[in-house]
Design a protein around this ligand. Structure first.
Ligand code: ZN
Length: 168
């Protein structure tokens, strides 16, 4: 699953606008320097003349003035979020393969003809693994894994954000 296809719930959290996320990804890759004009509240990249953040609505002449770099702590938050997500998605995808192996064995051993004939049993088992393994891994990793991973990683990241906001 590519990063562009990631599940994104609309949870009303002002954190990590798409523009900020793209910016941090570019920073991490080394495509951009960590310098510019960012919202003082949510750190969304701002154009030079904008008086209001397009993401959270904070005014640039308000109490949280724009900053010229994204804080390291915030970059680390996004990295941790992504790491947590990919770990959970991978775990779910592997569970899909294990599920295919186990159910495939149950099918082959449950049909008397296949149990008695090794070659057809191997062929059926191989085909089943090929199809069911991909399907289960896709459904578990891509759908359930992605949703659960995003929610869990996001919850954790919001806690870090709350701690960060109260300290900044
Ligand atoms: Zn903002």
């Amino acid at each position: 699953m590519s990063e562009e296809q990631r599940y994104r719930p609309d949870d009303d959290c002002p954190l990590f606008s798409e523009r900020l996320e793209e910016h941090i990804v570019a920073l991490t890759r080394g495509d951009l320097p960590n310098h510019g004009r960012f919202c003082g509240n949510c750190y969304t990249p701002l154009s030079h003349d904008s008086a209001r953040c397009p993401h959270c609505g904070a005014l640039t002449d308000g109490p949280l003035a724009p900053v010229d770099a994204i804080p390291d702590e915030l970059i680390d938050m996004l990295r941790e979020q992504r790491k947590t997500e990919s770990r959970i998605v991978t775990t779910f995808a592997y569970s899909g393969f294990v599920l295919a192996i186990v159910t495939g064995l149950a099918i082959v051993l449950g049909i008397p003809y296949l149990r008695a004939h090794l070659l057809p049993a191997t062929i059926v088992y191989g085909l089943y693994l090929l199809i069911a393994g991909r399907t289960f891994a896709g459904v578990l990793g891509g759908y359930y894994g992605d949703h659960i991973a995003y929610d869990r990683a996001r919850t954790r990241m919001r806690m870090r954000w709350a701690a960060w906001v109260s300290a900044r």
